[in-house]
Design a protein around this ligand. Structure first.
Ligand SMILES: *Cc1c(COP(=O)(O)O)cnc(C)c1O
Length: 361
């Protein structure tokens, strides 16, 4: 098999060891005679897979006891509607605050506006989404149902270094789709965290939601039962059939992370991977990443060639070396390297070598 490195933003690279284990288990999981895909979601075999995945995730993220972990479907875009349907009703005349830092928080605000009034408390659009607006410029509502932020903008490459400080009675809802499990986070600073699995967790189809218990039960009557957080929590995410195979693969990823020292160990490697890549991009003006260094993403690194007429040649040369899916998102052009947990440092080194060679260094 040819050695490649896959820099896709998502669905994205998975650990090779996880895929090997899945291949080994494909026809006969642990002597059950069944593939995981063929198991009843309420049978003892899948129940053990499901339970262990929940336990491992809780441990990896250090999730406090007063938070529920939900395994849902519908992806990040699904949660853009599911969150307001569950939480806008926290206030009688709801307004939802947003900080607009790029494509994904923008999409979330647009969808939420179908369900409640939206207040853009701050936006870095005038700065072309190159930073998180300074906290002292945010104009939060007096009594918002919640504040929505996207803590890692996958397309724009902007990441919050920390949870922002907000009044204690304002829950923060964070879209962490593209950087969950990449760095240590203090869950207790957030009311709700959600993440589509296909970036840094596992296959598409699974959506992770972590909800503080006091926020579970504000759903509007229009909220579909299958997406009602309280219903899902009461049924241990088995109210309807969950995406069983995606949960199984995610569980293997959680075990893989634990084996490698957990999130703190991954964070240290991720810091080093990002440092190597940004250093190559910053070495001279052949390439450019325009994000303020204080807010540069460790996971998704967009960059441009100074001479954009070389784009096709750059991508063809990368492909020849087995460096795949480096083309930037169509809305912003240029290039993008996504270097999630499953991207080994050797992959980043191979990309850095190519960046240097292509620039004639
Ligand atoms: C990919 C992504 C989404 C959208 O996820 P879907 O599963 O396609 O709905 C939302 N938010 C962020 C930050 C993302 O990276």
């Amino acid at each position: 098999m040819t050695q490649i490195f896959n820099f896709s933003a998502g669905p994205a690279v998975l650990p090779k060891e996880v895929l090997q284990q899945a291949a080994h288990d494909m026809l006969d999981w642990h002597g059950s005679g069944m593939s995981v895909m063929e198991m009843s979601h309420r049978g003892p075999e899948f129940s053990s897979i499901h339970r262990q995945a929940m336990i491992d995730l809780r441990e990896l993220l250090n999730v406090p006891a007063n938070y529920k972990i939900l395994f849902q479907q519908g992806g990040g875009l699904g949660q853009n509607a599911i969150v307001p349907l569950n939480l806008a009703g926290r206030r009688p005349d709801p307004v939802i605050d947003f900080v607009h830092t790029g494509t994904w928080s923008g999409k979330s605000a647009k969808e939420a506006a179908r369900f409640a009034r939206v207040n853009i408390a701050a936006s870095s659009e005038p700065d072309h989404f190159t930073r998180v607006p300074a906290r002292d410029t945010w104009r939060l509502s007096d009594d918002a149902s919640y504040l929505h932020i996207c803590t890692n903008e996958t397309i724009d490459g902007v990441e919050y270094p920390d949870a922002p400080d907000v009044p204690a009675d304002l829950p923060i809802v964070a879209d962490m789709s593209s950087h969950i499990l990449s760095r240590q986070i203090d869950i207790s600073k957030y009311g709700v965290i959600f993440a589509g699995a296909q970036k840094n967790i596992g296959p598409a189809g699974l959506t992770l939601v972590i909800v503080r218990e006091d926020l579970l039960d504000f759903a509007s009557p229009q909220c579909p039962s299958a997406f009602h957080w309280k219903t899902c929590a009461e049924h241990d995410s088995l109210y309807n059939t969950p995406p069983t195979y995606a949960i199984y693969i995610a569980g293997l990823v959680f075990a893989w992370l634990k084996q490698r020292g957990g999130v703190a160990a991954m964070e240290a490697i991720n810091i080093e991977k990002a440092r190597l890549l940004y250093a190559a991009l910053d070495a001279d003006d052949f390439y450019a990443n325009r994000v303020d260094p204080a807010y540069r993403s460790r996971m998704n690194i967009p960059f441009y060639l100074r001479d954009e007429s070389l784009n096709e040649q750059f991508l063809a040369g990368a492909k020849e070396r087995g460096l795949l899916q480096l083309k930037g998102h169509k809305s912003v052009g240029g290039m993008r390297a996504s270097i999630y947990n499953a991207m080994p440092i050797e992959g980043v080194q191979a990309l850095v070598d190519y960046l240097n060679t292509f620039a004639g260094r």
